[in-house]
Design a protein around this ligand. Structure first.
Ligand code: NAD
Ligand code: TYD
Length: 353
């Protein structure tokens, strides 16, 4: 039995959102409708879900709209009898937030606020508002310790500060208005369809083009890597069975220093496709570059709550997840070529103006 029959997914043309929608249609018993609203920024690629439009014409709808546009979003909720919202849409890249934070503040904070206000106005019909957030709101760890749901917020970048602002609003709408919200704060995702500005796809695609592999600082920063499908399963578990007003921390149990991760990717690529012309390994292309300002040292999650309360745990190890990811990028060169060349932006202009 599904509790919901018309889910609004925001940001469904981005990396995690498109994996989530695909997961819903292909790997769960969900039989209702999904309405995907995405503004199609540089990070949104409708080609990632083009097949769903053909395979599920009655159940899958894509609408190009901006979550900051209250009238457009009200129209979507009313026209499609939306009964639940899974909110992924955001500006998501830390480096971009350092150079130009404007859209981070307006989309991540004001966009979330707009959706919350609409959910409040539709209190009778909207029975779940799930907000997807990041562990970066908790700041940076030293060499030991873990983030939990009770860790105080201490965001360090404009990106994480804007996500922290949105988390606070979501929680406040539960406390003040009784909105049935849930929040998840997860660690770094990786897997298919990730825009190649983030570490793992950038390294894979640069390596395949025999380009430099830029590691910030000395590469000693640590991230906890979560395979995107494991994350989607966690979000779906929370969406259906999470407790209203509750936060869940989601981690992959796969901590790794950046330099070790990049070296590991290089060895896997050497094995899978052979080392690049004139070099003994892709690792020869690693270059250490200027560090990111305010670079958080370490993120790591203690996911005890979601394990105990919802029975979720990650299924992929870092080795198995990275192998799947590399294979996906090798087998989907049409997608990567479109994204790398910017060709998909022409396709968007043609189709959506
Ligand atoms: P992404 O950048 O790949 O995708 C974001 C999507 O949101 C894009 O399709 C974009 O077009 C859309 N979007 C941006 N602004 C919009 C607006 N104003 N209106 C409508 N759509 C808009 O991001 P992602 O990696 O898929 O992240 C999804 C969510 O998960 C974000 O909220 C992010 O903060 C969170 N998160 C991501 C990670 C990660 O490792 N990628 C980790 C923790 C949390
Ligand atoms: P990123 O994928 O941007 O995720 P986040 O900043 O949200 O953790 O970066 C992951 C780690 O990799 C982070 O410590 C920064 C580092 N990094 C590099 O060393 N080189 C790169 O080219 C990029 C994009 C990131």
């Amino acid at each position: 039995m599904n509790k919901y029959s018309a889910i609004l997914v925001t940001g469904g043309c981005g990396f995690i959102g498109c994996n989530f929608i695909r997961y819903l249609f292909e790997q769960t018993g969900y039989r209702g409708k999904v309405v995907n609203v995405d503004a199609l920024t540089y990070a949104g690629n409708p080609l990632s879900l083009a097949d769903l439009t053909e395979r599920f014409p009655e159940r899958y709808t894509f609408i190009r709209a901006d979550i900051r546009d209250r009238d457009a979003m009200a129209g979507v909720i009313d026209c499609h009898d939306i009964d639940s919202i899974c909110h992924f849409a955001a500006e998501s890249h830390v480096d971009r937030s350092i150079v130009k934070p404007d859209d981070f503040v307006t989309t991540n904070i004001m966009g979330t606020f707009t959706l919350l206000e609409l959910a409040r106005q539709h209190a009778g019909s909207i029975r779940r508002f799930h907000h997807v957030s990041t562990d970066e709101v908790f700041g940076s760890l030293g060499d030991s310790g873990y983030f939990t749901e009770d860790t105080p917020y201490r965001p360090n970048s404009p990106y994480s500060a804007s996500k922290a602002g949105s988390d606070h609003l979501v929680r406040a709408y539960h406390t003040t208005y009784g909105l049935p919200v849930t929040i998840s704060n997860c660690s770094n995702n990786y897997g298919p369809y990730q825009f190649p500005e983030k570490l793992i796809p950038l390294m894979i695609l640069n390596a395949l083009e025999n380009k430099p592999l830029p590691v910030y600082g000395e590469g000693r920063n640590v991230r906890d890597w979560l395979y995107v499908e494991d994350h989607c399963r966690a979000v779906w578990d929370i969406f259906r069975n999470g407790i209203d007003g509750r936060t869940y921390a989601i981690g992959g149990d796969c901590e790794q220093r950046n330099i070790d991760l990049v070296q590991r990717l290089c060895v896997m690529l050497d094995d899978l496709v052979g080392s690049p012309a004139g070099k003994s390994s892709y690792a020869d292309n690693i270059v250490f570059v200027k560090d990111r300002p305010g670079h958080d040292h370490r993120y790591a999650i203690d996911a005890a709550r979601i394990r105990a309360e919802l029975g979720w745990k990650p299924r992929e190890s870092l080795g198995s997840g990275l192998r799947k990811t590399i294979r996906w990028y090798l087998e989907n060169r049409a997608w990567t070529d479109h994204v790398r060349s910017g060709e998909y932006q022409n396709w968007i202009a043609e189709h959506y103006g």
